[in-house]
Design a protein around this ligand. Structure first.
Ligand code: GUN
Ligand code: FE
Length: 453
């Protein structure tokens, strides 16, 4: 493995839930194929020797006083909904889908419209430090393949799904798969096309089997998608127990909970990432854990459409893997920084309760507070664990994806007036106060893919 780049930088990461590590001016050796082959810390014996050996070379990069964070990993986002981000957020889920979302998604039969929106969205995510993303496309193969191509070209690692919604009774005539057979054939064709495309993409582009959610799919479609997942060992994404309406609808149709239904059809594997999960109970959580499936927390979207707050701490304690998603446009923000903050804030409301007519002692759901470092873990390490890829931390053998933060950017200078600030204070300020202005460079698979001047 040839060493291609030698990077000297300070960095934060969270190898363990709730804990953070800071390294000042460490040296990262990055191989030709974008993998961290060695990290030399300041206190290591050979640190000075490595520095003097490499610091004059053209492949030596010194980030000086800037700080690296792992690239953020957004594992639930609807790319076609970007045009309506921030709109229609006072609606209820099923009405929102039928009256705003499906009419918008139907427009992606037009490949030119898709190209324009998707290019803008992927650039926006990169600008906000998101180096890996798992996308819902639409029912259209061509437009969704175009999304995969755009990610490939712009350098983002992506996981992309053609959406399946074949049930005639649940989906409008103007926007649904023509038949179950066609939905499955198109999904298989999509998997093959993305796998072909991925051959020339160093950072990886992966197909994802994507039943929209149980209510939009026939039993037969769910069964056949489960078979495809097995045949191709593919990633799977869907929505699971998101809201009262959605969860109760599935209970009524099957006499079973979402988790049980998804599991019965072979859709809960170690490569499954299910959005929301707000109403999963402890038996459901055991099924997730046993199958090594992950829940993707979408805190901003949940505040509008979910009727509940995900009990992150309780599920983590039960051993579940949880990652983070923007869920555009159920969530309005393309930034995982915003979703980190919202994870913390909504967990406080869950913890303390919000109904002032109740006594404080019985108002909340205690032990629910999620710290900003725990939320940072969900956006980085938790994402890598959900994907079963070596992503989200700075470690030998891990993929070298990061964002470069400048806390002194003139357009958003972070306050730094206290004496002897601890390193953990710096990370808190970065997570709470920085904007995309502070993200000066983005690197994926050991390569700079974005630089702001
Ligand atoms: N359930 C089914 N489709 C959707 C969607 O597009 N957004 C959200 N938040 N929930 C869904
Ligand atoms: Fe969603």
């Amino acid at each position: 493995m040839k060493t291609k780049k030698i990077i000297r930088a300070s960095f934060f990461h969270s190898p363990k839930y709730g804990e953070i590590e800071f390294q000042k001016h460490a040296v990262l050796l990055v191989s030709d194929d974008g993998i961290i082959s060695e990290i030399i810390r300041k206190e290591d014996e050979n640190y000075q020797q490595i520095l003097s050996q490499h610091s004059q070379k053209s492949n030596f990069i010194d980030f000086k006083d800037k700080v690296l964070l792992p690239g953020f990993i957004d594992l639930h986002i609807h790319a076609p909904q970007w045009p309506q981000a921030g709109l229609a957020l006072d609606d209820e889920l099923s009405h929102w889908l039928n009256n705003f979302t499906f009419p918008l998604e139907s427009k992606y039969a037009d490949i030119n419209y898709a190209r324009e929106v998707y290019t803008d969205l992927v650039k926006t995510l990169l600008t906000n430090g998101t180096t890996s993303a798992m996308y819902f496309g639409t029912i259209h193969n061509e437009a969704t393949l175009e999304l995969a191509r755009i990610c490939a070209n712009l350098g983002q690692r992506s996981f992309v799904g053609k959406v399946v919604m074949d049930d005639e009774t649940m989906n409008p005539d103007f926007y649904r798969d023509n038949s179950t057979k066609e939905a499955i054939e198109n999904t298989e064709k999509f998997i093959n096309d993305v796998q072909k495309l991925s051959k020339d993409v160093p950072q990886g582009i992966y197909p994802v089997i994507t039943p929209r959610f149980v209510p939009s799919c026939t039993d037969n479609a769910l069964l056949e998608l489960g078979k495809l997942a097995k045949k191709y060992n593919c990633y799977i994404q869907s929505h699971c127990s998101e809201s009262d309406w959605e969860h109760d609808f599935v209970l009524e149709r099957f006499g079973k909970r979402d988790t049980e239904v998804l599991n019965q059809f072979g859709l809960l594997t170690d490569k499954s990432i299910m959005a929301h999960g707000n109403f999963i109970n402890s038996e459901d959580a055991d099924i997730f854990k046993k199958n090594k499936s992950s829940v993707c927390h979408c805190p901003i979207s949940n505040s509008y459409f979910a009727n509940a707050v995900l009990p992150v701490n309780k599920l983590k304690k039960q051993g579940l893997n949880i990652c983070l998603g923007t869920d555009i446009s159920g969530g309005f923000s393309p930034s995982l920084y915003d979703n980190i903050k919202h994870t913390v804030m909504t967990s406080r409301m869950l913890n303390d309760g919000v109904d002032n007519r109740l006594e404080a002692s019985c108002r909340g759901n205690h032990d629910s507070k999620v710290s900003v470092f725990e939320a940072f873990y969900l956006a980085t390490t938790g994402g890598g664990e959900a994907l079963k890829l070596p992503l989200g931390i700075f470690k030998e053998g891990y993929i070298c994806d990061f964002q470069v933060i400048d806390i002194n950017t003139p357009t958003n200078k972070l306050p730094n007036y206290l004496d002897n600030e601890e390193h953990k204070h710096l990370l808190q300020k970065i997570l709470y106060l920085s904007t995309s202005e502070n993200i000066r460079e983005v690197w994926v698979q050991g390569k700079q893919i974005l630089k702001k001047d």
